[in-house]
Design a protein around this ligand. Structure first.
Ligand code: AMP
Length: 178
């Protein structure tokens, strides 16, 4: 586990709540101030990778779009490959798809058919866990390809939305819970 004891407080201090974005009633958790701070960004990546070190992770899936920003450096920190999960129609080769519900709207996610080999050990990364629909769809994509899900690593979990319960508390890690 991380020994960076002030990380959660420092993340909270550098997050920005944007009210009514992208639609009325949503408080958007803007991580761009945190990403702009290279020291804090590095500590966040280390903290998100820490629970999965030594667990023989071979692939990290990052969910479009902020999951790419966090997932790629987490993959490097774990000496694993990076796999993008993208909105439908964006990936160029043969894909598999899962539909899911968002906190705001519905969407689908795709990964390349050859992105995960059977038995590969997979960690799924995103910035925010809200209802868990996005992460659950990514988990189903992993299962479709025969991947072995090690866990989920989020920067923040919105505790009031029950996403943690939906995914299974034992395999969800996050730097902060709000
Ligand atoms: P969900 O599927 O409901 O868990 O939503 C998670 C996805 O939606 C993630 O990819 C997040 O980036 C995005 N998301 C959901 N709620 C928020 C929020 N309040 N602020 C920023 N991003 C959010």
């Amino acid at each position: 586990m991380t020994t960076d004891l002030t990380l959660a407080d420092d993340v909270k201090a550098r997050m920005r709540d944007v009210k009514d974005f992208p639609r009325p009633g949503i408080v958007f958790k803007d991580i761009t101030p945190l990403l702009a701070d290279p020291v804090l960004f590095g500590r966040v990546i280390n903290g998100m990778a820490a629970p999965f070190r030594g667990q023989h992770v071979t692939k990290v899936i990052g969910v479009e779009a902020r999951g790419f920003i966090l997932g790629a450096p987490v993959a490097l920190a774990l000496n694993a490959g990076f796999v993008p999960a993208r909105k439908p129609g964006k990936l160029p080769h043969h894909t598999i798809v899962e539909r899911y519900a968002l906190e705001y709207g519905t969407d689908g996610l795709e990964i390349h058919q050859d992105a995960i080999l059977k038995g590969e050990r997979v960690v799924i990364v995103d910035d925010v866990l809200a209802t868990g629909g996005t992460a659950e769809a990514t988990m189903k994509l992993t299962a479709q390809l025969g991947g072995d899900l090690v866990g989920f690593s989020f920067l923040m979990a919105l505790g009031f939305l029950d996403g943690v319960k939906r995914l299974g508390a034992d395999r969800v890690r996050s730097i902060i819970t709000l």
